[in-house]
Design a protein around this ligand. Structure first.
Ligand code: PLP
Length: 413
């Protein structure tokens, strides 16, 4: 079969779904387009670096839509980006090789020397390292806001600020920020608002509907959902994403196989997150009353203001919570060692529950006063709840807490 007379290759456009289609329907049907090779129901993996160059006689419009080279675009990597785009309600979306690839590509593409970026101090550790370690070397001013300042976006963002970067809920203390209010403050100052929506997921929260200009996800977490891939997604306007297409030379391009796994994981995103919301609520309410627990961090529980903001901007509170144990690090380690169904590991958002002690893992580089300022005490345990049975998780956690706090407990491990 000669190229010129063969069937048309895969084109970028997906068959649009009706406006009213909801999240799970979109996740299952949102990336339909004909497969001209074998008529496969499941989108095939285009594990290729390059594509046939459009034929001499093809129309300009056809040429513009053709795939050319995978570092730029590939049908398999476009698919999960399109699913997340529909859920987040943005104009356009791109897939990246990791969450950090997505965040660094956005920031490097939008800012130039002399610009100011305002960010919450309590961002994901990798993001903070990038902002404070690398960006200043390129002449970008990074201003971190924390504590009372972070609650007054009108003061935190000022004329001359170019980009504002937020997460809500935050890691590991699950603080909730008013995204609509931050969007208003950013736009009045002429700044772009970028929200890392990894913890909330598009099932629980849609920052673009609240006024954000760009949303980023570590697809490694809830979107993939099975702890078996690394990826990132950026969603926003066509205009901003065209600027970010500098990705093409920054090179944080996903591999088609990781993108295929991500699409497969995304099919069940809504089902998983609903169960994780339920598990989060059940476990948070249970541990709050346990005598071994000094405090519980759960979205909306920090204050009545945060509760009001959370109920306004979130449909569910997610599957992340942190427990502060009486008895510090040794109590936290005893608790972890007694859990049956909760793996001790970094990361989050998978089908399996994970636990970590932030001051020994994700936040180990911080000085004691920094840990203190962030509410990360030595007995703090962060939990990412999976999709196990709610009763089984509560039972496992109850038994581990009882054992960890029993006065006669012998130190075993
Ligand atoms: C994990 C994570 C990232 C970084 O994503 P990678 O896929 O690991 O590069 C960014 N933001 C948040 C909130 C995360 O949890």
């Amino acid at each position: 079969m000669s190229e010129a007379s063969g069937p048309p290759g895969t084109r970028r456009r997906f068959e649009p779904l009706p406006e009213w289609a909801g999240p799970s329907t979109r996740l299952v049907h949102g990336i339909r387009r004909p497969d001209y090779n074998a008529g496969s129901v499941v989108p095939p993996i285009y594990q290729t670096a390059t594509f046939h160059w459009p034929a001499e006689h093809s129309e300009a419009s056809e040429k513009a839509e053709a795939y050319l080279y995978t570092r730029g675009r590939n049908p398999t990597t476009d698919e999960p980006a399109e699913l997340v785009r529909q859920l987040e309600g943005g104009e356009s979306a791109r897939l990246f090789s990791s969450g950090m690839g997505a965040i660094s590509s956005v920031v490097l593409s939008l800012l130039k020397s002399g610009d100011e970026l305002v960010a919450l101090r309590d961002l994901y550790g990798g993001t903070t390292d990038f902002l404070t370690g690398l960006l200043p070397r390129y002449g970008v001013h990074v201003r971190q806001v924390a504590g009372a300042d972070s609650l007054e976006p009108e003061d935190a963002v000022r004329a001359g600020t170019s980009l504002v970067l937020l997460e809500s809920p935050t890691n590991p203390t699950l603080r909730v920020y008013d995204l609509a209010r931050w969007a208003g403050a950013a736009h009045r100052a002429g700044a772009t608002l970028l929200v890392d929506n990894t913890f909330a997921t598009p099932i629980n929260q849609n920052p673009i509907a609240l006024g954000a200009d760009l949303v980023v996800h570590s697809a490694t977490k809830y979107l993939g959902g099975h702890s078996d891939l690394i990826g990132g997604v950026v969603i926003g306007s066509e205009r901003l994403l065209d600027q970010i297409d500098a990705q093409s030379y920054l090179g944080a391009t996903p591999d088609p196989f990781a993108a295929f796994l991500l699409t497969r994981g995304l099919r069940t995103l809504a089902l998983r997150v609903h169960r994780q919301n339920e598990n989060g609520r059940r476990v948070a309410e249970f541990v709050r009353g346990h005598p071994a627990v000094a405090g519980v961090h759960y979205p909306g529980w920090a204050s009545s203001t945060e509760e009001e903001v959370a109920s306004r901007q979130m449909r569910g509170r997610g599957g992340m919570l942190s427990i502060s144990l009486k008895g510090g690090t040794s109590a936290a380690e005893r608790f972890l060692s007694r859990l049956r169904f909760v793996h001790i590991a970094a990361s989050l958002g998978g089908v399996e529950s994970l636990a970590s002690i932030p001051h020994l893992t994700s936040h180990r580089h911080l000085a004691p006063e920094e840990l203190d300022a962030r509410g990360i005490d030595p007995g703090l345990v962060r939990l990412s709840l999976g999709i196990e049975e709610p009763d089984d998780l509560v039972r496992d956690i109850r038994e581990a807490l009882d054992a960890a706090s029993a006065p006669t407990a012998s130190p075993q491990r």
